[in-house]
Ligand binder design. Structure first.
Ligand SMILES: Cc1ncc(COP(=O)(O)O)c(C=O)c1O
Length: 470
């Protein structure tokens, strides 16, 4: 007899189709390729439509700030002629405190238009608050499924706080221990309630982020006469990079370099009960950033709209201690006390700006709110309680899950390049692994893989040959 799990999983395709109001099979072109642009535009909204939906939802049009004090400090430690201007888009000014409002607003609009009674999302982070806030404004019911605890029932303070915020918006919050049951429960709830799946990874959500790229390109052009030379993006599941880059391109900012950034949590496994609470950052880290970039379709939708390898030019990593240092610096120099996610990109921006000419313009495309469990003091206390050492010193001595080293001087902050070529290879390997055994990619597949990795046919052919040899 099939278990409850097996029976539900067997019906998962049909349940998700109903819950998304969308049939993904129409976009499939082969065991490898699918029509990405077709999927992204199937909702029928233009970027102007989306901006209109968001304006009515109280979302977007956040302030763009030039960080003059931070720029001056960076210039004081840079070589002559170097030290780019640094700007930030203050997304913490959004209703629920992060750019995730942009993502949620389009999904909730669609759910309301299509007559769903409520929405469900699986998320432990800011997206839950954004969905709950938008659902409240639209009179829709809302269920948020969170991975909150380890098996001892110890909750990450940031996630526990996020649960309280979702409840305050009237959402029902289902809290679970770390493990595969998150997806199972979400599908079960979608089946029972008939609610809309407000997935982080649907084309609705990711299209909603495009307005962020569009706004910042226009605002920088008004302020400096040109789009930014560099946009720095905190990266986890990849929607932030994808949506922002798509918006920039649609604004004509095709020369802007896209730099994605994650906190280095190498060696820690996100699905591990013991590692779960040994990280201070619940998002914007390599534990999500690398697996999602190298295989986006591990998501809760058949094809992920967030495909960061299509768009990023560089991928940088920073350490937890470096981000805590910049978090304090931002408050003391710029009067902006903000949360860790945006400050992850800010940390890399400080490093990057030192290497760029003074004429270059670097935009950190988000901040997030901070407070209670998310605050860096709360996170550092929690790290100590979990047995992680916290000290001052050289960030090179940082060991994820074991030691957080807070730099002593700004000069010690140096972002490190992650090997994007290796990520491309890993992506192609995963794409083939998910095709039937022995499947030989066609010329169209190769063109798709090249587009999906921001490379070209020759690069993909070389990767395929290297995988065959291995
Ligand atoms: C404030 C904030 N910034 C950045 C990210 C990373 O976005 P993405 O998962 O789309 O890469 C998140 C995701 O949780 C977030 O909440």
């Amino acid at each position: 007899m099939a278990t409850r799990f097996e029976a539900l999983m067997a019906r998962r395709g049909e349940i998700m189709r109903k819950a998304l109001g969308m049939d993904y099979s129409v976009f499939e072109q082969s065991p490898v390729a699918f029509d990405y642009e077709g999927m992204m535009t199937a909702h029928g909204y233009s970027l102007e439509d989306i901006a209109g939906i968001q304006a009515r939802a109280g979302v977007g049009s956040t302030p763009l700030l030039e960080l003059r004090n931070l720029t001056d400090l960076v210039r004081s430690i840079s070589e002559p002629g170097k030290g780019a201007r640094i700007f930030v888009k203050d997304e913490a000014a959004s209703l629920a405190g992060a750019f995730k409002d942009r993502r949620a607003s389009v999904s909730i609009h669609v759910a309301k238009e299509k007559g769903y009674e409520g929405v469900i999302a699986a998320t432990s982070g800011n997206y839950g608050a954004a969905v709950a806030s938008q659902a409240a404004r639209n009179g829709l019911k809302c269920i948020i499924c969170q991975e909150t605890y380890d098996s001892r029932k110890v909750g990450q303070p940031e996630i526990v706080e996020k649960g309280r915020i979702c409840e305050s918006y009237g959402a029902e919050v289902v809290q679970m221990t770390v493990g595969p049951e998150l997806f199972f429960h979400m599908v079960e709830l979608l089946d029972e309630t008939g609610y809309f799946a407000a997935s982080l990874y649907s084309s609705f959500g990711v299209s909603g982020i495009e307005t962020l790229g569009l706004e910042l390109a226009r605002e920088m052009t008004a302020l400096t006469g040109a789009p930014p030379t560099h946009v720095v993006v905190t990266h986890a599941g990849g929607g932030n990079t994808t949506g922002t880059a798509r918006g920039l391109k649609r604004a004509g900012a095709t020369e802007t370099e896209i730099v994605s950034v994650s906190v280095d949590l190498s060696g820690l496994h996100m699905a591990s009960d013991t590692d779960f609470n040994r990280k201070s950052f619940t998002t914007g880290h390599t534990g999500f950033g690398v697996p999602f970039a190298t295989w986006p379709d591990r998501a809760d939708v058949p094809r992920n709209a967030a495909r960061p390898l299509r768009y990023l030019d560089r991928y940088l990593t920073v350490t937890q201690g470096e981000v805590f240092y910049i978090t304090e610096a931002m408050a003391k120099l710029e009067g902006l006390e903000r949360g860790p996610a945006g400050n992850t990109a800010m940390t890399a921006a400080v490093s990057l700006a030192q290497d760029l000419p003074r004429e270059a313009t670097v935009v950190v495309q988000e901040t997030e709110y901070t407070g209670a469990g998310k605050h860096h003091w709360s996170q550092l206390n929690f790290a100590r309680e979990m047995g992680v050492a916290v000290c001052a010193g050289d960030p090179k001595d940082n060991v994820p899950g074991k030691m957080i080293v807070i730099p002593e001087r700004l000069e010690q902050i140096r972002a490190r390049d992650f090997d994007v070529a290796r990520m491309r290879t890993s992506y192609v390997r995963n794409a083939l692994k998910n095709a039937p055994a022995g499947y030989a990619p066609t010329a169209d597949d190769i063109a798709f893989l090249a587009a999906d990795t921001n490379s070209d046919a020759a690069t993909i052919e070389a990767i395929l040959a290297s995988l065959e040899e291995a």
